[in-house]
Each structure stands twice: as structure tokens, then as C-alpha cells.
Design a protein around this ligand. Structure first.
Ligand code: ACO
Length: 311
């Protein structure tokens, strides 16, 4: 049976078609997707924190409403992705335990602090911009539920990216102090945003297999290069600069090059020793504990409904 399953799986991948939850799939394919998708879900949930931090301090009612909507979108993306991950067989509470015990990773970027209002702009422009560059190709991922989830998520991310750009544009055209605040935010978020794409291709253990399975369509470095090309153009509209004097287009390779990134810092953040890791995890655990009554009520309600259905 496995042989027939494997043959079917290979055919689907070769045709660049889609694997669905009930289809046979190699255990390693299931495992790598569960890892990537759950890490993605955790990132959305932890990613709510740096921005939630600014909801009460947004400079106007309109900005506050927009920021609240964005943070809610991220909660939605997380829940959507947990549901998609569950179709691979790991229940939500197990995924959640993996996050809270520190066993599962989430994106490095959310371990950096959001110090000023301009950071809401830099996060929208650079962080959500990097997320889009990474996630648009994932809309074609070979696993159906993941690819479909990405379509909707990317649409919302595009709105997030534009609202961030617009915050920076307004600050950049404001007083000299406001412009400086915008520049400072861009300076701090530039390198961590580039690291979101993951280690360089030579240090990315999962890329080759994930590309062979049509989960990833481009390598980490290819996507990072494409992103640098986009933002080096957009930053001109802002009248700001990127803190990297080594950005250049390589005619031969067709790739955008950038300055060396601090990979020691990246691995420190992944190991839980970034500027905000401890705080992010503590908040997540607190929120989970405070939400216990909601889960209990939902379970009691479901049990009551099931009992009624039996009568
Ligand atoms: N932050 C934290 N962990 C990372 C990061 C990062 N920026 N980049 C890579 N890693 C981890 C990988 O998960 C992998 O972990 P492992 O020990 O479980 O194997 C390890 O570092 C080695 O990296 P790769 O072999 O390159 O891993 P992979 O092929 O999975 O590529 C990538 C990493 C590009 C992040 C991929 O998983 C992906 O595209 N994920 C979906 C997008 C996503 O998760 N975005 C979250 C941030 S965007 C947002 O939420 C708004």
C-alpha cells in the first residue's frame, strides 16, 4: 500500500499538483510541513505582542482602529494556520504545548522590541513586507490547506504592509524629529527583517528537500535578495535610507546583494537569548492561563450540545 501511496505522491509532486489531507504522504513530508506551518502559526500569535504594545498609545483614534484591526488579523492568521496544521494529524493543544515549552520555534523577528510609534511603521513596511515576499510563493505550496491559507493571509498582509509604509511616509514628511524617529526605526528593523528569510542557503538544512517537494519555491537567499531589491526602491519614496552601503545589483547573477548579516545574533535569538524572548514567552503563558475559563466554557458548551444531539 505504501508503494502505491508513494507512487501517487510522486506523481502529484511531478505534476506540480496538490496533496490533500486524506492522501498518502511520506512521514517526512508530514513532519516538515507540521514544523513549518506550526512555526508560522506561532509567529502570527507571538507577532501580536510588539504591536499590541502600541494600541493604547497610537497617536489618533483612526490609527488605533487600524492597529487593532491589524493585530486581530494576525490572531486570525494564527488560528487559520493552526487549523491547517491540524489536518496533518497533530492536535492544536499539542502544538500549543510545543510553543509554550519552548520546543517549537517562532520567527526571530518578534523577539525585538517596538520602542517607538515609528516602529509600527517599520514593522508594517519591513516585517510584513518580508512576510509577503516569503509567503506569496507559498500560495503555490504543494500541500492544499497551506497554499489556500496563504492566499487569504497574503491579501491581508498587503494591507498591513501599506499601512506601515504610510505611517513612515507621514513621519518622514513631518518635523525633523519625526523624520529622525522614522529613520531610527528603519535602521533597527532592517537587518532583523532580512534575517526573517532564514539562514543562508549553505546553512539551510531544510531548503533542498522542501523545494524538491514544492513546499518552498525559492531559496532563502533568493527571496532575501528579491526583498532587498524591492525595499531599496521604496525607501527612496520615503526619503529615508537603508543602513547598508553594500546594496548593489549584480548583473551577472541577476541578484541584489547586501551587506553581511550578523548570523551569531540570529542563532542567539533562535536559542531563546534575543532581546525579548523571555518576555514574549512569559506573556504568551500568562495569556494562555488567563484564557483557561474560555476553553472550559467552550468545552462545556460542546458537551451540552453533543448530549442534546443524542436525545
Ligand atoms: N526565525 C526562527 N527560526 C527560523 C528562521 C527565523 N527567521 N529562519 C529559519 N528558522 C529555523 C527553521 O525553522 C529551521 O528550524 P528547525 O530546527 O526546526 O529545522 C532552522 O531555522 C533552519 O532553517 P531552514 O532550513 O532554512 O528552514 P526552512 O526551510 O523551514 O526555512 C523559513 C525557514 C523560510 C522561515 C520557512 O520555514 C518559511 O517559509 N516559513 C513560513 C513563513 C513563516 O514562518 N513566517 C513567519 C514570520 S512572518 C509573520 O508571521 C508575519
Amino acid at each position: 500500500e505504501d508503494e502505491a501511496g508513494q507512487a501517487y505522491f510522486d506523481k502529484i509532486i511531478a505534476e506540480d499538483s496538490r496533496i490533500e489531507p486524506a492522501d498518502w504522504m511520506p512521514e517526512k513530508y508530514r513532519k516538515t510541513l507540521t514544523r513549518q506551518m506550526s512555526q508560522h502559526a506561532h509567529s502570527e500569535i507571538i507577532g501580536m505582542q510588539p504591536e499590541a504594545n502600541w494600541i493604547t498609545r497610537a497617536p489618533s483614534l483612526k490609527r488605533k482602529a487600524i492597529l487593532m484591526a491589524k493585530v486581530q488579523d494576525e490572531a486570525g492568521h494564527g488560528l487559520y494556520l493552526y487549523s491547517a496544521t491540524e489536518t496533518l494529524g497533530t492536535p492544536r493543544h499539542v502544538l500549543n504545548e510545543q510553543l509554550m515549552s519552548g520546543k517549537a520555534k517562532y520567527s526571530s523577528i518578534f523577539n525585538y522590541p517596538a520602542n517607538s510609534w515609528a516602529d509600527m511603521g517599520a514593522i508594517g513596511w519591513l516585517v510584513d513586507g518580508a512576510a509577503i515576499a516569503n509567503q506569496v510563493p507559498l500560495c503555490r505550496a504543494s500541500y492544499g490547506p497551506y497554499g489556500r491559507a496563504m492566499v487569504r493571509i497574503c491579501k491581508e498582509e498587503s494591507f498591513h504592509q501599506r499601512q506601515g509604509f504610510e505611517i513612515l511616509l507621514e513621519l518622514a514628511n513631518g518635523t525633523p524629529a519625526q523624520k529622525q524617529m522614522a529613520q531610527d526605526a528603519v535602521n533597527r528593523f532592517y537587518a532583523p527583517a532580512l534575517m526573517m528569510f532564514g539562514p543562508t542557503d549553505t546553512d539551510s538544512p531544510n531548503s533542498q528537500q522542501s523545494m524538491a517537494w514544492n513546499i518552498k519555491r525559492f531559496s532563502n537567499d533568493e527571496l532575501r535578495s528579491r526583498f532587498v531589491g524591492m525595499i531599496q526602491e521604496q525607501v527612496k519614496v520615503l526619503g529615508l535610507t537603508l543602513p547598508d552601503d553594500q546594496i548593489r545589483y549584480n548583473e551577472e547573477t541577476g541578484l541584489w546583494e547586501h551587506g553581511e548579516l550578523n548570523w551569531d545574533e540570529f542563532y542567539e535569538v533562535l536559542a531563546g537569548r534575543g532581546p525579548c524572548n523571555a518576555q514574549r514567552m512569559e506573556r504568551r503563558r500568562e495569556a494562555h492561563e488567563n484564557g483557561a475559563w474560555v476553553r472550559e466554557a467552550a468545552a462545556a458548551y460542546a458537551a451540552k450540545k453533543a448530549q442534546k444531539a443524542q436525545v
